[in-house]
Design a protein around this ligand. Structure first.
Ligand code: GDP
Ligand code: MG
Length: 369
């Protein structure tokens, strides 16, 4: 696994999310530097912090430095030169995640388009730096080359856009392909670091390894799981990301397209979040799901990390999110495994038919733990 030194904000939420993003991009975080401010002009961080970082980078030899803020090309260049390492800013990191998770033709194009927009937003400064001889690989280029560089990005964007218009039909085929394998599918969604992967591993952990082999060709984020003697495919999705820039929203949504044809969607919620965070994330999650045309009756809310709270507190927070009435929700701990069996029962109940599931019965179960 590739390694990273992570520079992020000195706030628990930020640290957890940034670690989650590194994890999703396949980087093992070997050291974290926490700062109150990441927008200093030359390096994003202060000269003193940079000195510490130089020493650390020399010792730990990470593959990349992840900077959990947006960096200008000049800042990225200054940092990368001082540290002799590739530097990924927050947006570049997110784009890497999307790229590794995009599976359909449409999704790949959406991600490509977002990458070109990222490049475009940095083109002006790159060109300016190069004309001052400060950007290697762009050394001393003239106005003609500047225009070529710009026009090249523009041209590539145009090509991607026109391909996207045609890709809508392919999505349909892709979906049918998955259905044809004859498995019902469960998708895990939710914010980064809510516990999707932990729950995914918990739910699939008991699966016999032999049956996994059959599906290794699919992806590492899709596995087979048996619930109540019935086989399912379960998939771990990219996850929602806070402060997602507007130009990435289409790319993000395209990575979630599998939610459209999933039979069950488990929205994993970190119930240990503050009420403010919970409300904000819940609202944004619901907005995205409705934009994706996901049917409400396929959704289960898994209130995760319940091991960190009293059950009364879980219930109270569920009430605040208006989950008490007709919504299907369950309190779980992906870490300890508490409630995972109930989650599986709920899944079977829903798939066995609309009449077999009674929300109030479910709530009754809540109280007993
Ligand atoms: N206490 C507690 N921690 C959990 C639980 N589930 C996940 N975590 C922790 O939360 C962090 C993020 O989990 P992860 O599964 O990577 O989240 P993802 O980004 O949604 O895939 C990790 O440090 C997990 O160990 C849980 O039920 N209880
Ligand atoms: Mg994950």
């Amino acid at each position: 696994m590739n390694t990273a030194i992570l520079i992020t904000y000195d706030k628990e939420d930020s640290v957890n999310e940034a670690k989650g993003l590194c994890d999703a991009a396949g980087y093992q975080v070997v050291h974290i530097i926490k700062q109150n401010y990441l927008k200093k002009p030359k390096y994003g961080i202060s000269g003193g912090v940079l000195e510490d970082l130089e020493e650390l980078a020399g010792k730990l030899r990470p593959d990349v430095i992840v900077f959990d803020e947006i960096l200008k090309p000049s800042q990225n260049y200054n940092l990368a030169t001082a540290l002799q390492r590739e530097v990924l800013d927050r947006e570049a990191l997110i784009l890497e995640i999307f790229e590794s998770r995009s599976s359909s033709a449409e999704s790949k194009l959406q991600v490509k388009l977002a990458q070109l927009r990222y490049e475009m937003s940095r083109a002006k400064e790159k060109v300016r730096l190069s004309s001052m001889g400060e950007q290697p690989g762009f050394m001393g280029i003239g106005q003609f080359e500047v225009d070529v560089y710009y026009n090249d990005i523009k041209h590539r964007m145009k090509t991607v856009k026109s391909k996207l218009e045609k890709a809508g039909k392919q999505r349909e085929l892709h979906r049918q392909g998955r259905k044809r394998m004859g498995f019902k599918t469960i998708s895990l969604a939710g914010y980064t670091s809510s516990g999707k992967t932990t729950l995914f591993n918990k739910m699939t952990g008991e699966t016999k390894t032999q049956s996994k082999e059959l599906f290794t060709t699919l992806s590492t984020t899709i596995r087979r799981v048996t619930i109540n003697q019935e086989p399912f495919l379960i998939s771990d999705t990219v996850g929602f990301i806070s402060k997602l820039p507007a130009y990435m929203i289409d790319a993000f949504k395209s990575t979630l397209e599998e939610l459209r044809y999933a039979d069950i969607i488990i929205i994993v919620i970190d119930i240990n979040d503050s009420i403010l965070e919970l409300k904000k994330k819940f609202a944004s999650c619901m907005r995205t799901l409705s934009e994706l045309d996901v049917k409400h009756d396929k959704i289960i809310f898994a209130l995760n990390k319940s091991d960190l709270l009293k059950i009364e507190e879980v219930n109270r927070k569920a009430g605040i999110l208006n989950l008490s009435e007709n919504e299907k929700w369950i309190s779980v701990s992906a870490k300890t495994g508490d409630g995972v069996d109930n989650l599986e029962k709920l899944i079977s109940n829903i798939l066995d038919g609309p009449n077999s599931y009674k929300p109030n019965e479910q709530l009754g179960m809540q109280g007993k733990w």
